[in-house]
Design a protein around this ligand. Structure first.
Ligand code: ADP
Ligand code: MG
Length: 400
């Protein structure tokens, strides 16, 4: 689960990491009031969306040349004006994709006078089963580009869970960033605070880009991107309530209500499959026959009729879907239950695209009979290969 920058900074602050003072705002009036409350001579108005690259982003509705999603301004009145331009508008960045994201909230924070911009991130390194740090002097820019063009400028190390965070880790960070003296000490303290925040709240990613040195000699986290391990959210109800559903795919939210493993993709063939392995094989074989899956969907081993109906509705709600492939191996799951679910869903939502159903395993004959006798226009298939060829052919025929 991802959260907004202002929420991430709130958590970092609670763990003692240095962040700039700021306030969230949901209207331009609130933004102006936030600036008045903060006081000072420079403010930064930052669009809160779950994507980076906001500074260099552009707003769809604003004329070319208008400022991006991170703006440095001088007065509360300017904050208000900038806020009015951003709120409700669509910000397109390198990370949002061409459709962009609508800005519904802002963060107004005090302007920092920046001397240097660094990069620091933490993540769970699966290979070493440890929390790893990634540090670079090349901050404020695209880290993938740095990794590509000058990999020697990126320092990584991981923390042994048996010892936990040690001053030596902080010194590694300081060394990588060329910090000594008081700034070196700040780096050691910061490293420990970030590690605490990361492990105590079960983060899976924490990215500070940029981590800056201010002109008055302070190390400050100027941006913060945080993702949490969703499997650990039950331990953190306070974190779980930071979820902003408006940032998520509506189909994925609906799927999570029914405990379905669903991921929206860009293709045109909707897939309903049981078991993650079979779901991936189904996606592969669709590609093999020249089309792209519209989603990954694992309805799980013990799906009920209601679950299957919900899954089918989610697939058909996707306007990109031009054909549906149901591929079920009945092990724990019975084929007749799947068949009933599919039929119930088709009766409820209608069927405007070709549907191929391949059933195998427990109660397969009952399942096939239910589909045959439903009178619905369902194309039966016998195996995976046959099913994939049939759905691709059916979609091509519709398009012709
Ligand atoms: P994004 O990564 O989405 O573009 P950032 O928060 O990293 O957003 O902001 C982009 C740039 O704007 C930063 O690299 C920094 O140079 C500048 N910036 C961000 N926040 C502040 C601030 N509080 N004071 C001064 N400059 C800032
Ligand atoms: Mg950034």
């Amino acid at each position: 689960m991802n959260i907004h920058e202002y929420q991430a900074k709130e958590i970092l602050r609670a763990y003692g990491a240095p962040v700039t003072r700021g306030l969230a705002a949901f209207s331009s009036q609130e933004a102006e009031t936030a600036a008045q409350t903060l006081g000072g001579i420079a403010f930064v108005v930052k669009a809160q969306i779950h994507a980076g690259g906001r500074g260099k982003g552009t707003f769809k509705e604003l004329p070319a040349g208008a400022k991006g999603g991170v703006r440095v301004v001088r007065t509360p009145a300017d904050v208000k004006a900038s806020a009015a331009e951003m709120l409700g508008h669509t910000l397109v960045t390198l990370q949002t994709g061409p459709s962009g994201k609508q800005v519904g909230r802002l963060y107004v924070e005090e302007g920092a006078s920046i001397d240097k911009e660094f990069y620091l991130s933490m993540l769970v390194d699966r290979a070493s089963s440890r929390v790893a740090f990634v540090v670079s002097t090349e901050g404020g820019m695209d880290i993938e580009e740095v990794a590509h063009s000058s990999p020697e400028k990126i320092v990584t190390f991981s923390v042994d869970p048996a010892t936990g965070i040690q001053p030596l880790h902080g010194r590694k960070v300081a060394q990588a960033l060329g910090l000594s003296g008081d700034l070196g000490k700040q780096a050691v303290t910061l490293t420990a605070s970030l590690f605490e925040a990361f492990t105590q709240t079960d983060m899976s990613l924490l990215e500070i880009n940029p981590l800056v040195v201010t002109k008055d000699g302070r190390l400050v986290c100027l941006d913060a991107k945080v993702s949490f391990d969703s499997n650990a959210l039950f331990r953190h109800p306070d974190v779980a309530q930071l979820r902003d559903e408006s940032e998520e795919d509506a189909k994925e939210i609906e799927a999570s209500r029914y405990d379905l493993s669903y991921i929206a993709l860009d293709g045109t063939i909707g897939c309903m499959v049981n078991g993650a392995g079979l779901a991936m094989a189904t996606m592969d074989i669709i590609k093999l026959y020249g089309m792209e899956p519209a989603n990954f969907l694992d309805v799980g081993g013990g799906a009920t009729k209601e679950k299957v109906t919900a899954a089918f509705k989610i697939i058909t709600a996707d306007p990109n879907v031009e054909g549906i492939l149901v591929n079920i191996f009945g092990g724990i799951m019975r084929c007749d239950v799947i068949a009933e679910g599919v039929i119930a869903a088709v009766r409820q939502v209608g069927l405007t695209v070709p549907l191929v159903v391949r059933l195998a395993g427990t109660n397969v004959e009952e399942g096939k009979k239910i589909i045959r006798e439903s009178g619905l226009n369902v194309i039966p298939a016998d195996d995976l290969d046959d099913a994939a060829q049939k759905i691709v052919a059916a979609v091509k025929k519709e398009a012709a």
